[in-house]
Design a protein around this ligand. Sequence first.
Ligand code: HT7
Ligand code: ZN
Length: 874
Amino acid sequence: RHVISRKDYKEPDFFVEKVELVFDLEREVTNVKSRLFIHANPARGTGVDDEVFLHGEDMKLVSVSINERRLASGDFTVDQEGLRFTAPREAFIAEIETQISPANNTRLEGLYVSQSAFCTQCEAEGFRRITYFPDRPDVMATFKVTINADKSSCPVLLSNGNLIDSGDLDGGRHFAVWEDPFPKPSYLFALVAGDLACVEDSFKTVSGRDVALRIFVEHGNEDRCDYAMDSLKRSMKWDEDVYGLEYDLDLFNIVAVSDFNMGAMENKSLNVFNAKYILAKPDTATDMDFELIESIVAHEYFHNWSGNRVTCRDWFQLSLKEGLTVFRDQEFSADQRSRPVQRIKDVAQLRARQFPEDGGPLAHPVRPDSYMEINNFYTATVYEKGAELIRMMHTLLGPDGYRKGIDLYFDRHDGQAVTCDDFAKAMEDANDIDFTQLKLWYSQAGTPKLWWEGDYDADAKQYRITLTQKTDPTPGQSDKKPLHMPVSIGLLGADGNDIAAKTVELTEATQEFVFDGVTEKPVVSFNRGFSAPVNVMTDQPDAELVFLMGNDSDAFNRWEAGQKYATRLILSAISNFEENDGNADAALNDVAVAVDAFIGAMQATLLNDGLDKAFRADALVLPGEEFISEQRKPANPDAIHQVRNALRKRIGVALMDDFENTYHQNASNAAFTPDALSAGQRALRATALGYLVASGEARFADLASDQYKASDNMTDQMAALSVLNHLDHPGRADALADFENRFAKDGVVLDKWFALQAMSSRDDTLARVKDLMGHPAFTMRNPNKVRSLIGAFAVGNPRHFHAKDGSGYEFYTDRLIELDDINPQVAARLCAPLGKWAKYDDDRADMMKAALQRILAKEDISRDLYEIASKSAA
Ligand code: HT7
Ligand code: ZN
C-alpha cells in the first residue's frame, strides 16, 4: 500500500492561475468542462521533465486539449491516479471534459446527490472526482463556475464567490455563473444545486459593508434556522472584536444537507453543513444541539481566515488550520457561555477521544509524518490536541503577545499556503521568543505523564514543588524528549483561599519551582484550567480532593478533583467487585467511608447556590464508562457498568431529598430559550432526575415518564427518555412510540431515536438494533443513520459491544465490511473501537483482533479501511 511521507514534499511543478468550470448537471451523468490556465513553477529546477500530472479518479475522460488543440490518445496517459501529458514551453490553457455520476456517488466525496439536491465535498481530495486537476492545497487558483441545470428541480444554483450572471436556457434549463476573486485550493471549491428554501439576514461589518447572509434548507425547515443565523452573526462580530478579522465578500451562504460525511465544510463563502448542525427549534433540538450548532457555525466561519485566506501547504499541515480554528471556536463558546464550563467540556472531550487515540495503535503527532489516506487524519489529535498546542502558545504569550503573533501571521501569509512552522515563526518573531522546544508538540506523539512532589519549609515560608515528565513510546516513536509546557499551580490555605498562584514553564524532564511567602502548609491545586494537556499522575489524599471540590478558586480544578475522587472510588470498587464474585453493592461497602465522604462532597456541590447550575450539573456527573475503562487494564466492561450504576444508586438514595428539591425548584414555566443560563437550569434538573431514577424508587420512573409527556421541548423530553431508555417501565415503550410517530419523516430528529435504542443497557438491545436496520427510515447510505445506530452501539454501549460471547463484535464487523463498499471514509472512522483490543482481557482481545483480520481479508478493501484496520491490528 502506498504511503505518503511528509519528508517527500516537493513544490508543484506547475501552478494553475485560473479555472473555468462548466457543469451540465444531471443525476446520472453530469458533464464537466474545465479550462485551466497553467504555468510552470518558476522555482522548479532546470532539466526537469515537462510532464504535467493532474489528479483524477473514477471519471470518464471525454477529451483533453492544449491551447485549443485536441490531444490524440497517444499524447496523454490516464491511470487510476490521474492524467499525464507533456507541457508546452510557455504558459498554456488545458481544456478537459469529463463525465461523472452524482447519483451513484455513495462515498459522498466529489459531486453527489443528497435528497434531491446536488452538492459537493472536496476536502481533502474530492475535487479529483469532479475533474482532472492538481488537487493539492498549495495550488491556488481563482474559480469561475457556470452551472447549467433543470430549472424546476434545481431553481437554486450556487458556487463560491459572487453571482455574476444567470438566465434561462432551452429545454426548461437555466444557468448561473459564479466568480470567486480569492485564489483558493481546489478543496475549497463547492457547488450546490437544488430546490431549496432560503432564509435571509444581513450583517454590517466593522468597516460598514453589508453582507447578505443566506441559509438554504429543505422546504419546511425554514423555521429551524434562527439559531444558526444568530450564531453566524455573533461569530462574525466576535472575529472582528477578538481577532480584528473582517469578512471579505458581500455574500455568505450556508447550505444544510442530509447526507454528509462529517460535521460541516468551510468552502469559500459557501459553507456546506450536515443538517444536524443547522436545524434546531425548541421542540426538535436539545440544549446540546444548540451548543454544537453555535460552535460549528462559528468554526466554519472562522476558517474564512484560518484556513481559507491562509491555507495549508500540504495535508501534513492540517492542524495549521484545524488546531487554530478549534482553539478559536472554543474561545468563542467560552465568551458566549461560561468559560469554566466550556473548558470542562473541551477537556472531557479531549480525554475521552484524543488521549485514547494518543495511547493506542493509531497514535500520531499533531503534524503526522506519513499517511495512506488523508481522510483518516481528521482526528482528535490533529483537531483537539492541535488546539491545546495553540492554547499553550496563548498561555505562554499572554493575550496581547498572542494577538501580536496572530496579526503578524495573517499579514505575512495572507493568500499563501503555509506550514505549522510558519505559524510558530510568526508567533516567535512577533514576541521575540524561541518556541523550538514547544514545537516538539507538533512532532512528538503520546500524552505526557506528569508527576509532582511538594515540600513545605515552614521556617523559610517556602513551598518547593518538583515536576517530572515522561512520555511513553508510541508506534514508530520510541524516544521521547521533554516538552515545554505551562503548568498553572495554585496553593490554598486552610481557609480555602489562594495563598499563591502562578504559571510555571516546565522544560526539563525534572524541574523544581519555588513559591515564596507561603505562610502555612498549603493544599495544591495542580495544572489549573488544564493548562498543560497531560496526564497528571500524582494522587492527592481523599481529604484534599474533597477540600478542592469545595474551595478551589479554579472552577475547572473543582470539577477535576471530583472526577479524580470518583474515578479512584470506582476503580477500587471494581477490584473489590472482581474479588466479591460480581457483587457491586458489596464492592462499594468495602470502601464505604470513602463513598460517604464523596457523597458529602457531591451534596455540598449540589446545594452550593454560589456555583452556576451548568457547572453543578457537570460536577455531579460521574466519569463515563469509556473513560474508566481507559484507566484500567484489562478493562472489565461489565464490572465498570455495574459498579458505576451501583454508585449512582447510592448517591441517588443518599441525596434523594436534595435531588427531589432540586428537580422541583428548577422546573420552569417560561417559554424555552436556548441561552446558557436556562440550559444550565435544565441540565441540573436532568441530573437530579437521573439520580432519582437511579435510586431505584419506582415513583421516579413515573416522574420521568410524566416529564416526557408534559414537556414541550426536546431537551426535557430527551432527559426523560434517556433515563427511561434503560428500564422496563411502560413509559419507555410509550415514549419511544410517541417519538417515532412524531418524527417519522424528520431524519435529523429521528436519529436521536435510533441512537437511544442502540445505547440502551437492556438485554434485548442487540436484537433491537438488528431489527432497526430494517426500519424504513434506516439506510446504510446515510452517514448520520449509520453513526446513530451502528456507531452509537459501539461507542455508547460498551456493555453490549463488548459482550462476552462476541456477538457485539460480530455484528459490528459485518456492518463495517458492508459499509466499506458504500462509504469507505465512514467505515474507516467507525473501525477505531475495534482497535482498542489491548485494553481488554485475552478473550475479548482475541475476538477483536479476529474481527480486524476478517476486515483485512475483505476483497477490494478500501485504502481508508485498510489503513485503520491494519494499524489497529498491529
Ligand atoms: N475542514 C472540514 C473537514 C471536512 C472533511 C474532511 C474529509 C472528508 C469530509 C469532510 N467534511 C469536512 C471540516 C472542518 O474541520 O471544519
Ligand atoms: Zn475545521
